[in-house]
Design a protein around this ligand. Structure first.
Ligand SMILES: Nc1ncnc2c1ncn2[C@@H]1O[C@H](COP(=O)(O)OP(=O)(O)OP(=O)(O)O)[C@@H](O)[C@H]1O
Ligand SMILES: [Mg+2]
Length: 338
């Protein structure tokens, strides 16, 4: 299999050139295969050099476009992107473009984290795709919060890598990771207590210019969806614990995140509010956001999650659909402390 990988390129003109060359490729007889490969490679370099406001991506290719003798060109993606090298912001796709590669959003690969001699995470690999809600469960001290802290750059791992799409997050600072569209909440809510609810939401836009567009309407919508509209001008310190948790979730969502990381979001919420949150997260998923949620309430895990990852003492002990994982023997034993 032949794969062509080009992170970014090009102007509209070179887009046309590239499409032309791909069409040539389809038509080319086998004898021309090496020449064709050469011409396409040269065109890619040319397109990259030209650069420009709109970008075209032809990347690692998977769905066969054409077969030339033993050589198979595969196309995963062809389209224009709003931001450099970022597939998630791309506007157009070849319809047959592959699914799985395009869906990938957050990947935690072989991550290990020690605090002195305490093993918080050992070779943890987790993937959360676009529009997927993955639950992270495990008894106290199993490493769930540590994993969120590693993803968001609060902790540097001893080994392993975290990716957002193709982009390596490991080594970046928390505010840089946040600016790329990774939003989080904390196990103990951290709101700005001396600011109003609305000011809290607006403060979240400091590191994210793109999200400022339409932010006020989005803020109103989020407050409405979470039942906080009447509190918009209230100081955050006057909110109940549950309301502060909801405010923190709204603050994470105001930036239209690509990845949302929630650390025990339903703790202290009553069942009606939990249902409201479930409906909101459904919308969040539909918008393409990848959600990783640490949760202790198994009823919530069953009703919210598409997939569940169970941890114990820093390692993953089970992974799969909620109904499977919650009945898994290793998971039950971990919770019973055997
Ligand atoms: N900053 C730190 N310094 C030292 N040890 C830490 C630190 N943070 C976490 N740990 C240790 O790492 C292990 C994993 O902790 P972590 O907070 O990730 O667990 P958790 O799964 O989130 O637990 P809980 O369900 O109680 O929130 C624990 O043994 C904990 O004591
Ligand atoms: Mg925790």
């Amino acid at each position: 299999m032949y794969a062509l990988k080009v992170p970014t390129a090009t102007t509209t003109t070179s887009s046309v050139v590239m499409v032309g060359l791909l069409l040539m490729l389809v038509a080319a007889p086998p004898v021309l295969e090496s020449i064709t490969v050469w011409v396409v490679s040269a065109a890619v370099v040319l397109a990259t050099l030209l650069g420009g406001p709109s970008r075209m991506l032809i990347t690692e290719l998977n769905t066969p476009l054409t077969s030339l003798g033993s050589l198979t060109f595969e196309v995963w993606y062809l389209g224009r992107c709003k931001t450099t090298g970022d597939l998630t912001a791309c506007e157009t796709f070849i319809p047959s473009a592959t699914a799985r590669w395009r869906r990938r959003m957050l990947r935690i690969v072989d991550v290990t984290k020690y605090f002195g001699r305490v093993r918080a995470l050992e070779s943890v690999t987790v993937r959360v795709d676009r529009g997927e809600l993955v639950g992270l469960i495990g008894p106290n001290g199993s490493g769930k919060t540590t994993l969120i802290n590693v993803i968001t750059g609060y902790y540097e791992p001893n080994g392993g890598t975290v990716y957002l799409g193709d982009r390596k997050l490991t080594g970046m600072k928390p505010h840089e990771i946040a600016a790329l569209g990774v939003a989080r909440t904390f196990q103990v809510p951290r709101v700005f207590r001396s600011m109003t609810v609305m000011q809290n939401l607006m403060a979240a836009l400091a590191y994210n210019r793109e999200a400022r567009k339409g932010a006020e309407e989005r803020a109103e919508w989020l407050l409405g969806a979470l039942g906080l509209s009447e509190k918009r001008d209230e100081l955050a310190s006057n909110l109940s614990g549950g309301q502060q948790r909801l405010l923190e979730i709204a603050r994470a969502l105001i930036v239209n995140p690509k990845v949302l990381l929630l650390d025990e979001p339903t703790a202290g919420l009553n069942p009606a509010v939990i249902e409201t949150l479930r409906e909101l997260l459904q919308r969040v998923k539909e918008s393409g956001t990848a959600v990783l949620m640490v949760e202790h309430n198994m009823r919530v895990v069953s009703s919210f999650c598409d997939r569940v990852v169970a941890m114990n003492e820093g390692v993953i002990v089970a992974e799969g659909r909620p109904e499977e994982v919650l009945l898994n023997e290793a998971v039950i034993e971990a919770y019973l402390g055997r």
